[in-house]
Design a protein around this ligand. Structure first.
Ligand code: MG
Length: 291
């Protein structure tokens, strides 16, 4: 199932998208402003899917929002989690050990307020704040049933589904601070969507992640090439911390970020970044200066 959040007729709606991607069916949800979150909570406790609230609509007439436009908590993010990406950044600003030599993944968070929709503009913050804006195409895991101290052997039972995120990053700010959260959390720096594909339809451990800038393919990776796989990430993030339905774990980006190019290439006003994940779909966001 594809579960989405959208605006139509001046109101927020939540529902399902047909498997051909052509039709949206709104469902009866009390507060659709939080997107798919109420549905995830219902399904996580075993309740049935609510009934349709009105007739199906062609997808062309709705404006997709992020499936989780305001996550309840910060987004867990994993750093340097693909071998080729870790390699492309070795010898740049990262001079410590390679991550595959470390038994623990790098985990940081993005503030939940930086989430925007799958086709929304991303705002460049201005040269006084950052001049090194970069993209990161990523598969995001959405947690269904919550839990703490989830062992990797049962971790996949806690996956509700998957969506696409761009872990947009201000590299100069990221590197200025020991912790990465500031450089990762500027307003609009987490495009998400176009919907959540439920885990019964996609195995996130074996899919393809691609990213284009202005139509040129920059990133092309397979999730099976993660250094720390999805069960390990869930086990790690839930150690001593309860995960709740609707929590999001962005699983890291494949090689090909702007910082890894020689010379590095940063996003500029007017650039368009497209990210597509097989089995989910694509998001496409324009980077814009100013307000
Ligand atoms: Mg990232």
């Amino acid at each position: 199932m594809r579960m989405a959040s959208w605006q139509w007729g001046g109101r927020d709606h939540v529902g399902t998208i047909s498997s051909d991607g052509r039709e949206a069916t709104p469902l009866a949800v009390a507060d659709p402003s939080f997107g798919v979150l109420p549905l995830i909570r219902m399904l996580a406790r075993g309740a049935p899917l609510p009934s349709p609230s009105s007739a199906r609509l062609p997808v062309e007439v709705i404006a997709l929002r992020a499936p989780l436009p305001r996550p309840m908590r910060s987004i867990f993010c994993v750093g340097r989690n693909y071998h080729a990406h870790a390699k492309e950044l070795a010898g740049t600003v990262f001079r410590e050990t390679m991550p595959q030599e470390d038994p623990w993944p790098i985990v940081f968070t993005k503030l939940p307020e930086c989430v925007v929709g799958p086709n929304d503009a991303v705002r460049l913050p201005g040269a006084n704040v950052s001049v090194q804006i970069d993209y990161e195409s990523e598969l995001a895991v959405v947690i269904g049933r919550g839990g703490r101290d989830i062992p990797r052997s049962r971790a996949m039972d806690h996956v509700f589904g998957y969506t696409v995120v761009n872990d947009v990053t201000a590299r100069d700010v990221q590197m200025r601070h020991q912790q990465w959260d500031l450089g990762k959390s500027f307003d609009t720096f987490c495009p998400m969507g176009p919907w959540i594909v439920t885990a019964d339809e996609l195995d996130g451990r074996a899919t393809r992640v691609r990213g284009w800038v202005n139509g040129a393919l920059r990133q092309d990776g397979m999730t099976k090439d993660m250094i720390h796989d999805i069960p390990t990430l869930i086990e790690t993030c839930s150690r001593g911390i309860t995960l709740y339905p609707g929590d999001v774990i962005a699983t890291g980006t494949p090689a090909g970020v702007g910082m890894g190019l020689k010379p590095p290439q940063w996003l500029q006003h007017g650039d368009v970044m497209r990210i597509e994940i097989d089995g989910i779909g694509a998001i496409e966001n324009r980077f814009e200066s100013g307000q």
